[in-house]
Design a protein around this ligand. Sequence first.
Ligand SMILES: [Zn+2]
Length: 236
Amino acid sequence: MGEVRRAYAQCPVCSYVFRQPSASTYVTVGRDSDLCPRFPGFPGRRSDAARLIQNGLNNSVTLCPACSFAAAEDFAEITLLSDEREELRELLREDGLLKVFRAAQPSWLAFHAADLCGKERSYDYKELGDLCLRGSWVCRAEREQPFESTFQLRAIRYYIRALDDEPLDDRELSVTTYLVGELNRRLGHHREALNWYVNAERALTQSETGSTEARDLSWLDRLICRQRELAREEAA
Ligand SMILES: [Zn+2]
């Protein structure tokens, strides 16, 4: 994608104008089993990895340094009614984690704020799940284990609601189901993990046989088998 991000952003909530980091293109060398991109040299320079995850060209999250409004969209494309602005302002002012961490601005804070604002702005559960998944990647890159688990739990909850309530295409259905399994495994919930891997297998089989838009998901098939074995060993 050749899209270039604006050098300056104006916050749609508090109107503060700030310079935003330029979006980075990056080279990856595969992915972890929870689909976190791996960068060459990682984990040698973990803050670099966290920054790449936050500012990657197709998945950036912008955080207003003044009021902590955050979103995955370009700020210029967000329009808010004045009562929405007021609601968000109040929400951001009162949030406990923001109160504690606003000054230190750890890398994961943007994802927490984007989750908070996204919920208020009625993002899809799938989108909220993806935000929290990426938040967990940033925490892992920064070795913030308790926060990594917090984001993983949030991602699981959102993904399950997305699977229940939202129209996902075949690919999203299989990948999301797999991720619920994999995040459970990472949290040590092996029985849940094994159940979800089975569901993911089923979703995958149905998508391969039943759908015209079935895509090549053999990588996912292999991943499910491998991680299911791993979960079995870990559970034993
Ligand atoms: Zn702001």
